[in-house]
Design a binder for this molecule. Structure first.
Ligand SMILES: [Fe+2]
Ligand SMILES: [Fe+2]
Length: 173
């Protein structure tokens, strides 16, 4: 969904405080799907969650939705390289907890932001249930974005060029 000027300005305002931290910027260095970095993926999930709520007229705490989505994969390692030793739970089960721990260490999080982060892999993480609209939306949009990123990258010569690319580019600078 292409952003209006006002929507883009609000989105950037919500992201600015988090993007000022080097730890958040370090997500550029970790690959999420194909050549999409974890920061690009997180910005994409944040934007699409926000745009979907606006489109549907859902009443949500938009700032918590965007900030929670931007931090939902704040686990800070390359999950392709990190091996889970014998008996350890795989990345899919553990990274929401790692992301919440990292985010809580750096930021004062609202209850909704915490729920967005910890429940985004539900139903994989059975007991971490989305308990607010913000978390339910991010849980859904994360799956759609992940599938879209993976499928898009399967096409020969395809790059990561979503329609809201210019907004994401401006957040990345
Ligand atoms: Fe995730
Ligand atoms: Fe994600």
């Amino acid at each position: 969904m292409a952003p209006s000027k006002q929507d883009a300005a609000f989105f950037e305002d919500c992201c600015r405080g988090l993007l000022a931290f080097s730890e958040v910027q370090s997500m550029r260095g970790f690959l999420q799907h194909g050549c999409v970095s974890t920061l690009e993926h997180s910005l994409s999930v944040a934007w699409n969650s926000f745009a979907l709520c606006r489109r549907l007229g859902l009443s949500v705490d938009e700032r918590s939705l965007i900030r929670g989505a931007l931090l939902h994969d704040f686990f800070l390692y390359d999950w392709h390289e990190k091996s889970c030793g014998p008996g350890a739970w795989p990345h899919g089960f553990t990274h929401p907890g790692a992301a919440l721990q990292n985010a809580s260490r750096l930021f004062q999080l609202t209850a909704r932001e915490k729920n967005v982060i910890e429940s985004h892999m539900w139903p994989l993480t059975l007991r971490k249930i989305p308990r607010c609209r913000e978390a339910a939306v991010v849980c859904l949009v994360d799956k759609v974005c992940s599938i879209a990123e993976t499928l898009r990258l399967r096409r020969p010569g395809a790059g990561y060029e979503p329609r809201w690319n210019s907004l994401i580019r401006s957040c990345l600078h």
